[in-house]
Design a protein around this ligand. Structure first.
Ligand code: ASP
Length: 330
């Protein structure tokens, strides 16, 4: 087994330093590694590579997902596993996108970051980084995943739940893939992916919108205005298990119906952190069936957005692709 690990540094708090005006800004890989123990003690060969310009993850999007996926695919022969150092703010979007883009890779790709920069006292960066390296070296969790604090989470099932606590990530609808006791213990209930001959989905650019519904949403919300923006897919954040504040035949319904007729793919995810969408459980949700809205079931918002973006950008019948479970996202 190839035990060498490629680390890709994209930016994020983990490597940030305070700038003159007192706000944190991304800094170099060299500065970050100067705070780490000698990686030779680690036993596996570890190679480090940095984005030319490390980014706050609020500036990481489809173009950067493509960049990360391309680096991994190009280095697939040479390395046994990959660690991606990333800002926490959009890490769940990136882990979801990579999960869909690299379906079939059958290797460990583990993203991690930190809430406190590596250069500061009491940082969580060194522990997160070293544990992510251990997960990569173990090569047991052969999928895209996120290491944070004491848990390994499925990349397409996790979400950031705290802006500051070290326990900043959860996968509310799925058990962790592994957790830290004295050592890292892998969850025996989880079946990991084996390599398969999927074609990697290297495109990620498509026009996808995320629209949270609110009480009082009325006719000023004109879904047709979205058509002018060439929207191809919409993820709606609906109430509870799928209810919405519009009815068959009203203005919003008619507008959404037009979008459906134009081929815009629509999916519903819950505003709740936990549980799933069940369209038709209530009368106030069956309207979504009449609009051909796909149930996102227990998918996270981040995975729903990423799946739609990646699906539309790569797959001819994107609606079918989105309907099916691809990589354990629900
Ligand atoms: N703003 C930072 C980022 O996402 C936050 C972090 O890394 O924790 O890049």
């Amino acid at each position: 087994m190839n035990s060498s690990i490629l680390v890709i540094y994209t930016g994020g708090t983990i490597g940030m330093v305070k700038s003159e005006n007192g706000s944190y800004a991304p800094f170099s890989l060299e500065s970050l590694t100067s705070y780490l123990p000698d990686l030779k003690i680690f036993g596996s060969e570890v190679k480090l590579l940095s984005f030319e310009e490390p980014l706050d993850s609020s500036h990481v999007g489809p173009a950067e997902w493509q960049q990360i996926a391309k680096i991994i695919i190009e280095n697939n022969e040479a390395f046994g596993a990959f660690v991606v150092l990333h800002g926490t703010d959009t890490m769940a979007y990136t882990s979801s996108a990579l999960g869909f883009m690299l379906q079939g890779l059958g290797k460990t790709v583990v993203l991690t970051g930190s809430q406190v920069p590596i250069s500061e006292q009491g940082t969580d960066a060194v522990d997160n980084f070293m544990n992510a390296l251990k997960v990569a070296r173990d090569g047991i969790a052969t999928e895209v995943c996120v290491w944070f604090n004491k848990m390994l989470l499925r990349g397409v099932a996790c979400t950031k739940v705290d802006t500051a606590s070290f326990d900043g990530f959860q996968s509310p609808n799925q058990e962790p893939l592994a957790f830290l006791e004295k050592e890292i213990k892998y969850n025996k209930n989880v079946k990991f992916e084996s390599p398969s001959d999927f074609e990697f989905k290297t495109n990620s650019r498509s026009n996808v919108a995320l629209i949270p519904l609110i009480p009082g949403l009325e006719s000023w919300f004109n879904p047709l205005s979205l058509l002018e923006s060439n929207v191809q897919g919409i993820v709606f954040k609906v109430f509870g298990s799928g209810t919405v504040p519009f009815k068959d035949g009203d203005i919003i319904f008619e507008g959404l119906n037009k979008l459906q007729e134009k081929g815009v793919i629509m999916m519903a995810v819950s505003q709740c952190l936990k549980g799933e969408v069940e369209i038709g459980k209530y009368e106030a949700s069956s309207v979504l069936n009449n609009l051909g809205v796909i149930s996102g079931k227990s998918i996270t918002t981040e995975a729903a957005v990423a799946k739609m973006m990646v699906g539309i950008a790569n797959v001819e019948n994107a609606k079918d692709y989105i309907l099916q479970n691809q990589v354990g996202e629900f």
